[in-house]
Design a protein around this ligand. Structure first.
Ligand code: NAD
Length: 336
């Protein structure tokens, strides 16, 4: 098809079910005539840089140049001498925010209908700074880093996200009652940044109280912003609230570029069998289109996807149906 005026976007199809679910996304975007052109890139099984990265310098440069990338799941190779691809992408591309919207899908049975929460997680420091060492035998010190700049970046991103997506509330989740300086700094910065967004209601909550509230009635919660470790745990908890990792999209946001991905793995047990559910990667692609301000295309594909799921005639095995990946994909295309 003519590529004139089409914006180039990177696609990492991934391993295992990655190529099948990527094909589903490509076919659906094609059917919706989304004005993007995919540029395919690889993530390797062995180190390709001196630092032990599984991705080449050229590809990293290209992600920055094109700004948007969609990533399928990758098998984590076992052994030493390389760096995890997620760590490489996060560090080299400075992807400081991880965003996970979790919205109940009609037709997918869960304990709570009407969930619509977004977890915004600081992605670069906190307990995951990688600074740990054995002080004396039997005693390990693991440093939790909290910097003003990282707190400001994540707080500002959370409020900008809320404003752009018409969300009403942001709650900062922390444990400042115990970690008075570290989480205290995070909380203070969130509080300061909130003053620039008077139209958005700001509140704060200790992370353990938030865990209780999420289990008790998640429908009352809107956008949550939090440090790295809490965000890692809470974002998976929220995926569970809406029916699992197979339905959960995510975005990793930096100042120069954004990498969107499904949160599940390569599903080696069903790979190559046309059984995988492509919804999580598709919803991640839809998030990417919204970030690219292609909202009309994003909304059309999102509505078609939700109505196929709600009708329940073409569901994949993980959702209790008998359809193949291609049947489900075709059903969405027919809806479009
Ligand atoms: P997994 O998510 O691949 O699979 C867990 C279970 O969920 C399996 O039964 C699988 O069949 C099912 N499942 C997952 N996604 C599905 C989908 N889209 N449709 C239908 N069923 C689906 O987790 P795992 O088995 O722990 O990991 C397998 C591999 O994936 C490992 O090499 C791991 O390192 C890698 N992994 C990669 C990423 C990533 O690239 N972001 C994330 C997690 C795991």
């Amino acid at each position: 098809r003519p590529q004139f005026n089409y914006q180039k976007v990177i696609l990492f199809p991934g391993d295992g079910i990655g190529p099948e679910i990527s094909k589903a996304v490509i076919d659906i975007f094609d059917a919706a005539k989304v004005p993007i052109e995919w540029e395919f890139h690889e993530i390797h099984k062995k180190r390709v840089t001196d630092q032990g990265d599984l991705i080449t310098e050229e590809t990293l440069k290209q992600v920055k140049a094109l700004k948007y990338a969609l990533k399928g799941p990758f098998e984590t190779p076992i052994g030493k001498g390389y760096r995890s691809i997620n760590v490489t992408l996060r560090k080299r591309l400075q992807l400081f925010a991880n965003v996970r919207p979790c919205k109940s899908i009609k037709g997918v049975m869960t304990p709570y209908p009407g969930v619509d929460v977004v977890t915004i997680r600081e992605n670069t420091e906190g307990e995951y700074s990688g600074l740990e060492h054995e002080v004396v035998p039997g005693v390990v010190e693991n440093l939790k880093i909290v910097s003003y700049n990282a707190c400001q970046n994540i707080a500002q991103y959370a409020f900008e996200y809320a404003r752009a997506n018409n969300r009403k509330q942001v709650v900062a989740c922390h444990k400042a009652g115990v970690m008075k300086q570290g989480d205290g700094l995070f909380l203070k910065v969130c509080d300061d940044v909130a003053k620039n967004y008077p139209e958005i209601e700001f509140s704060e909550e200790q992370i353990d109280t938030m865990a209780f509230k999420l289990a008790n009635d998640p429908t009352k919660i809107d956008v949550m912003v939090m440090p790295n470790l809490y965000g890692d745990i809470v974002s998976d908890l929220c995926a569970g609230l809406i029916g699992g990792l197979g339905l959960t999209a995510s975005g990793n946001i930096g100042k120069d570029c954004e990498v969107y991905e499904a949160v599940h793995g390569t599903a080696p047990d069903i790979a190559g069998k046309n059984l995988a559910n492509p919804t999580a990667l598709l919803l991640s692609g839809i998030m990417m289109l919204k970030a690219m301000r292609l909202n009309d295309y994003a909304n059309r594909i999102e509505n078609a996807t939700y109505s196929v799921l709600e009708e329940g005639k073409f569901l994949t095995g993980d959702l209790g149906g008998k359809s193949t990946t291609s049947d489900y994909t075709k059903a969405i295309i027919d809806k479009l």
